[in-house]
Write a protein of this length. Structure first.
Lengths: 469, 91
């Protein structure tokens, strides 16, 4: 294989290993060579576990030689946000408080990827306790965007986005409570899937807000994301909130290309209000691609998204404050200023506010689905603009922090409150080489349909072919 | 093409309303109740930043019907069950 194997897609790499065209060891070494070159510039990893990964790769190769059939990810190097527990291993959650904390159990999501034969290169950087949308981390250093290292990766799945975009690994787990998968995917030119709340088990993952947290993958290609979700989704006795709804074949959906006759709703009101011109132009082109496929584009008037955001903020603030109450009492100085201030917000809310925010949820989702006007999915921007600089968003605990955070999550946070599936799809690049994505928002458990649309779009606009240098 | 939003802004008409939702003394008292150390200026900041959103949300919550229970997908789940029944009937 003449090309750098690390530049392959995840599905391609898995196929090459399965067919014996590449060894797992060669694949892992190719990724590690890129980690060595890029890590000083990106700070994507909190901890690299190179030796263990090489050892596991050699074992996978030996097993293959013996004729043992590997799983669908046999020998493929991945790495994950440092909030997925692995028994006996340190899991920092991006925090000083849990710097040397060792997990006693392994996350179901990791167990499912392990069972499929995936290798784990190490622990990826993230916002402290997944409570920050920029990628700044004052304990482990800020993650940087591979397309321009002066720019933010977005957060909270900052290291996941940086590592996958720079081709250090073939895919990574992120988590999304207010946009933490979709927004870094938008800033780093990736496919980011935030599934329906309950679609993927959250067992043994660090919680931030039970009612809003979702687990999902970041990848470079749509089919890679679909394969990972196929493996991750489904009921789990360890997580009573994991849905029993049947898991569809997402990989098949991503490859089907069958989108003619589908209906996409475009909520220009609110979602387009602050969108910058270059991003808007790219999104119009993307809509044009769908229209050429025979997808019907209709306008929709979304419900009051500010109210939905307010309700989402009540829930995340109250739940996060409850989770962190003990540490806020005993070790408040170990939090960075911004995270501490945001956690403290929740202390000011009443039980009635919280319960009412939960009671309003079904009305809000009914209103949003009704506004979709019979459409199969919604097409919307993920952010108002491409990745801003690290400097301009370095607001720490200053008074303007709230505004900065709100601006970065205004198009993603409401969808978490609604519990709907939504995925970021790369639309292309604007001047300066920065990527821009759009989000497809589906009906509950409508992930397969999102993959159909995203897969068809990617066939026409293969943004993943561009590699950061 | 840019479209102007007709969505009502999150901020209340007057800052006084925010103070009504979360007056600084109440915020300070809730910190005390939780046993969390209170830094200077925090009650005022929280009142000013979170207050408007809470005011907005409380106005909305007042319209919730008495019987409404917490939940995420009661309507879509009902739809799903209905569709399944239809499919079964067709088969």
């Amino acid at each position: 294989m003449s090309q750098d194997p690390a530049l392959l897609g995840l599905v391609e790499a898995a196929r090459a290993v399965a067919q014996g065209k590449l060894t797992a060891q060669a694949l892992t070494e190719a990724c590690l060579a890129r980690v060595e070159a890029w890590q000083p510039r990106l700070n994507a990893f909190i901890r690299l576990e190179a030796e263990a990964a090489i050892k596991a790769a050699k074992a996978a190769d030996r097993a293959r030689k013996r004729g043992v059939k590997g799983g669908p990810l046999a020998g493929v190097p991945l790495a994950h946000k440092d909030m997925y527990y692995r028994a006996g291993r340190e899991t920092s959650c991006g925090s000083a408080i849990r710097r040397h904390w060792k997990a006693t159990e392994t996350a179901t999501a990791l167990q499912r990827l392990d069972a499929a034969g995936a290798l784990d290169l190490g622990r990826l950087n993230m916002a402290e306790f997944a409570f920050g949308p920029t990628g700044h981390n004052y304990h482990y250093g800020h993650a940087r965007n591979p397309w321009n290292t002066d720019r933010i990766t977005g957060g909270s799945s900052s290291g996941s986005a940086a590592a996958v975009a720079a081709r250090l690994v073939f895919g990574a787990l992120g988590s999304d409570t207010g946009g933490s998968i979709r927004q870094p995917a938008h800033f780093c030119g990736l496919v980011g899937m935030k599934p329906t709340w309950g679609r993927v088990s959250r067992a043994a993952c660090m919680p931030l807000s039970y009612s809003l947290d979702t687990v999902g993958p970041l990848t470079r290609r749509v089919e890679d994301s679909a394969l990972l979700l196929n493996l991750l989704a489904g009921a789990d006795p360890r997580d009573p909130t994991a849905s029993m709804a049947p898991v569809e074949d997402y990989l098949r959906a991503a490859r089907s290309g069958a989108v003619r006759g589908l209906k996409l709703a475009v909520p220009r009101r609110y979602f387009w209000d602050k969108l910058n011109k270059p991003s808007a132009a790219l999104l119009e082109q993307a809509l044009g691609v769908f229209a050429k496929f025979g997808v019907r584009i209709i306008e929709m008037t979304p419900p009051d998204m500010d109210a939905i955001t307010a309700a989402a903020n009540v829930i995340v603030s109250a739940e996060a404050a409850a989770l962190h109450g003990n540490w806020l009492r005993t070790r408040p100085n170990l939090y960075s200023d911004q995270v501490r201030a945001r956690l403290e917000n929740g202390l000011a809310l009443s039980a009635i506010d919280y319960i009412d925010a939960q009671r309003w949820r079904s009305d809000a989702i009914t209103g949003f689905l009704k506004a979709m006007n019979g459409a199969d999915a919604v097409f919307a921007p993920v952010g108002d603009r491409p990745a801003p600089t690290i400097e301009e968003t370095d607001v720490a605990g200053r008074p303007e922090a709230g505004k900065t955070i709100a601006a970065l999550t205004r198009l993603t946070r409401p969808i978490n409150y609604l519990g709907l599936p939504a995925m970021t799809v790369p639309a292309g690049f604007v001047r300066g080489g920065l990527p821009v994505g759009f989000q497809l928002i589906g009906r509950p458990f409508g992930e397969a349909l999102l993959y159909r649309l995203a897969g068809a779009f990617e066939m026409k606009v293969p943004a993943h072919e561009r590699v950061p240098v | 093409m840019k479209h102007k939003s007709k969505v009502v802004a999150l901020q209340p008409a007057s800052p006084a309303k925010a103070a009504v939702a979360l007056p600084p003394p109440l915020v300070a008292a809730m910190f005390g109740e939780a046993g969390v150390a209170l830094r200077a200026g925090r009650p005022e900041t929280i009142s000013a930043t979170l207050g408007p959103a809470v005011t907005r949300f409380r106005a909305l919550a007042r319209k919730l019907p008495f019987e409404r229970e917490p939940g995420l997908f009661p309507v879509p789940v009902a739809e799903l069950l209905k569709n399944r029944k239809k499919k079964k009937a067709r088969a």
